[in-house]
Design a protein around this ligand. Structure first.
Ligand code: NAD
Length: 303
């Protein structure tokens, strides 16, 4: 069996596949037309987010049986084309959970204590103790929109800070959430009205596109904060800008954006927003886990 690793994968993951008898070629950074040429020789591809597995790629894959996406979302794979051709698509859903949950907490704490802002001010030679009065997480209400793997992992960490946790998730199992100490609400409006911090942990779907829009921001508590380490396009960035500018929202921290990389955004001019370049899953441990899960998926599938 021949496997093509199209985006960077840790060496130990490549070795794992070789140790199990697979022939593995690492061909990262191929332009789209080269992927279409290369795919002919392979039984499976492993991609992260850079390589786009388009219909053309799938149709050119004469021997192709499996595409593994190292990561959660499969937005860079034409899953309909894969299904039509009988090519299986798999991801590594659990590998990034802890890293993203920790990133959501890091964003939350950074906003509540204004750490990046205070750091910037100190490096400008200032000592502005009064300007950076923070807010505690203790006894505040965290509202999770989406309570799957990462939502629950974030709740667990927030509970360590003694936050109360609510979730809005029409597909969640109430008992699972109850056991995790999370109160499931059936109406988004209820969550919006009660939360001091709202954190998104949803995929981007037709239902969740711009779920944070002007109408829903207006239903939030004055001075609430918003965290998005889920998917770009779930937040209407223009409406968010207006709410941050007017003071309706006290702050926001975003790791994901409607268009990535983010360029020339009006958000750059605001002091009450923290931006990170889609770093949620980017940890040493998370990346290693993605690699081993992707390799194990290949091994299990063909064995
Ligand atoms: P998951 O599938 O375990 O959980 C997603 C949850 O969203 C599910 O419980 C689902 O029922 C819920 N949901 C779906 N539609 C909804 C709706 N309309 N309203 C409310 N809830 C809804 O996924 P996960 O592993 O927890 O990942 C969550 C998100 O984090 C995904 O979008 C994923 O792409 C993203 N993610 C981001 C990074 C990053 O680098 N920032 C890394 C990995 C994953």
């Amino acid at each position: 069996m021949k496997i093509c690793v199209c985006d960077p994968l840790p060496d130990n993951a490549v070795q794992m596949m070789k140790d199990n008898g697979f022939e593995v070629d690492v061909k990262t950074g191929m332009p789209p037309e080269e992927v279409i040429k290369a795919v002919k020789d392979y039984d499976a591809l492993i991609v992260r987010s850079a390589t786009k597995v388009t219909k053309e790629v799938i149709d050119a894959g004469d021997k192709l049986k499996l595409v593994v996406r190292g990561g959660v979302g499969v937005d860079n794979i034409d899953t309909a084309a894969a299904e039509a051709k009988g090519v299986t698509v798999k991801n590594t859903p659990g590998a990034s959970t802890v890293s993203v949950a920790e990133h959501a907490m890091a964003l939350m704490l950074s906003l509540m204590r204004q750490i990046p802002m205070a750091d910037k001010s100190m490096k400008e030679g200032k000592w502005e103790k009064k300007a950076f009065k923070g807010t505690e997480l203790y006894k505040k209400t965290l509202g999770l929109i989406g309570s799957g793997r990462i939502g629950i992992a974030t709740a667990k960490r927030a509970q360590g800070f003694e936050m109360n946790v609510l979730a809005y998730d029409p597909y969640a199992d109430e008992n699972t959430l109850k056991q995790a100490g999370i109160r499931l609400v059936t109406k988004l409006d209820e969550l919006l009205a009660q939360s001091d911090v709202i954190s998104l942990h949803i995929p981007k779907t037709k239902e969740t596109a711009h779920i944070i829009n002007k109408k829903n921001i207006d239903k939030m508590k004055d001075g609430a904060i918003l965290i998005n380490a889920a998917r770009g396009g779930t937040v209407d960035e223009e409406a968010l800008y207006d709410a941050l500018k007017s003071g309706k929202l006290k702050g926001a921290a975003l790791d994901v954006f409607e268009k990535e990389p983010l360029e020339n955004s009006p958000l750059y001019e605001l002091d009450n927003v923290i931006l990170t370049p889609h770093l949620g899953a980017t940890t040493k441990e998370g990346q290693a886990r993605v690699g081993t899960e992707a390799a194990q998926t290949i091994i299990d599938f063909f064995k």
